[in-house]
Write a protein that binds this ligand. Structure first.
Ligand SMILES: *Cc1c(COP(=O)(O)O)cnc(C)c1O
Length: 469
């Protein structure tokens, strides 16, 4: 399925942004609920092929032999709807159908991330290392995920990932892996605070993205939130005054995606740990130990050392692993969480356990490497790319470009780097090309930042740009 013409569809007029990737893609038949305003479909409508005729086309023989008939039929019907709405012409139907079919297994397409944003939530956050990908593939078959091969009896599920987590954070007495960071918070609230109160600073009531708010998540469990302090300033006394028999725990949330400046104060985990109630600290990012490149980011080891009873975090942010929620800390609290019925609904599958264990075992991750990328090396790569494009007759320049951690982390920090600057119109063509390239659009320029492009893909990126000329 390689014959693809990226410019067959009308280019989208919206501007790509680093935080938003269009949901549609070239491989899908254009959506039928969004007909083009300028379409004049009368002619095409008269010539719409019959579904049966398209389904019988010899070009769809492989699809018919390997895919579920419903999937093929759906793709054909969508393509025909596009003909009716004037989005495509009848001769394009077969190609549109082939592009829409998941002949490679799924409709997710690999993307070259040229945005300079390391943890791009719309692009799947942390990319896994080759070792983690191999582990994931191994786990896809039968594996001893919950089985002891010596005794033939049931064993603790995912113990390899847990052992690796405890090796990386020795201060944690025990650990638990759940579906994501939000699941970790939901389970903590459900298992420890239903019909009780969670104390949280008004400065830490965070919306994490896509309209989801941590306070609403916590209250959805039946726990009550007791807000203390103000947006900009919260003091130890605010917590102390609010503590009572109804208090389940104090929640410290790292406001990972925003910064409050000016007349501010917050209470540290160390001070909170002296209040006599459990302290649960949500670091979000998943850093297990201090990262010199990210001095403002909290990490699990430090907050546990400061007295947090539990730390919660995501697996696919700065940890650089698969989507997961980590809970680390006191054994008895972890035990309470693990034995709660809801834990079963939030548990991770063997693929995640495998990829997480592999990620934790490695010295570095693609995420860490990209955050620490040497600006000089990025400049040399950008210059080489620009040179090859100039030779092909394209006018472009190498400009300074600030990379971002992304994923709602380290919002203030810019990572020094370089990018190849192209006219803005390239952004759309690159997105619709093969490979799909997502660039950064900034002040009417299309910037190709190589920070998150694997170095062995620089050639593929150059080819993709040339194809758009
Ligand atoms: C990202 C984040 C979450 C949510 O984690 P997910 O893994 O996306 O569910 C919760 N809290 C903080 C502070 C975060 O940064």
């Amino acid at each position: 399925m390689s014959a693809q013409n990226p410019r067959r569809h009308a280019p989208r007029t919206d501007t790509p942004r680093t935080d938003a990737v269009p949901a549609d893609s070239r491989r899908h038949a254009p959506r039928t609920d969004a007909p083009r305003a300028d379409a004049a479909p009368t002619d095409s409508r008269r010539r719409v092929p019959r579904t049966d005729a398209v389904l019988a086309d010899p070009c769809l023989a492989t699809a018919r032999a390997t895919l579920a008939p419903e999937i093929v039929k759906q793709a054909v019907q969508r393509a025909l709807a596009s003909v009716r709405s004037g989005e495509i012409e009848p001769p394009d139907v077969i190609e549109t159908v082939l592009e829409a079919l998941p002949l490679d297994g799924c409709s997710l397409r690999p993307v070259l991330n040229a945005t300079g944003v390391v943890l791009h939530t719309n692009l799947g956050r942390a990319p896994l290392s080759p070792t983690a990908v191999r582990a994931l593939t191994t786990a896809a078959g039968y594996v001893d995920v919950e089985f002891d091969v010596r005794t033939g009896a049931r064993a603790r599920r995912g113990r390899g990932a847990l052992d690796a987590l405890l090796a990386r954070v020795p201060r944690a007495e025990d650990a638990l892996v759940l579906n994501n960071g939000a699941a970790a918070l939901a389970l903590a609230a459900t298992a420890l605070a239903v019909d009780k109160e969670i104390l949280v600073s008004r400065g830490e009531l965070v919306e994490i993205g896509d309209g989801f708010r941590l306070p609403e998540l916590l209250e959805s469990t039946g726990a009550k939130l007791r807000e203390v302090g103000t947006t900009n300033r919260t003091h130890l006394a605010d917590y102390r005054d609010a503590i009572g028999p109804q208090t389940a725990f104090v929640l410290k949330i790292h406001p990972s995606n925003f910064v409050v400046r000016g007349f501010t104060s917050e209470v540290s985990v160390r001070e909170l740990s002296g209040l006599g109630v459990p302290v649960i600290a949500d670091i979000g990012s998943g850093l297990l130990a201090p990262e010199p490149a990210l001095p403002a980011e909290p990490d699990a080891a430090t907050w546990l050392a400061q007295g947090a009873d539990l730390v919660t975090a995501s697996g696919d942010k700065l940890l650089g692993g698969p989507q997961a929620g980590l809970v680390l800390g006191r054994a008895e609290l972890i035990h309470t969480l693990r034995r709660h019925p809801l834990a079963r609904a939030l548990r991770v599958d063997k693929l995640v356990l495998a990829a997480l264990e592999a990620t934790l075992a490695e010295r570095s991750t693609p995420t860490a490497d990209r955050i620490r990328a040497d600006p000089e090396k990025l400049r040399r790569r950008a210059e080489a790319l620009a040179d090859s494009l100039v030779q092909a007759g394209l006018r472009c320049a190498v400009v300074e470009s600030a990379g971002l951690v992304g994923g709602g982390g380290a919002p203030e920090l810019t990572l020094p780097g370089w990018a190849v600057e192209l006219p803005e119109r390239f952004a759309v063509a690159l997105r619709l090309g093969d490979p799909c390239v997502v660039a950064r659009v900034d002040e009417s320029r299309c910037l190709l930042d190589l920070r998150c492009v694997p170095e062995d893909q620089d050639g593929a990126l150059a080819t993709a740009v040339r194809a758009c000329m």
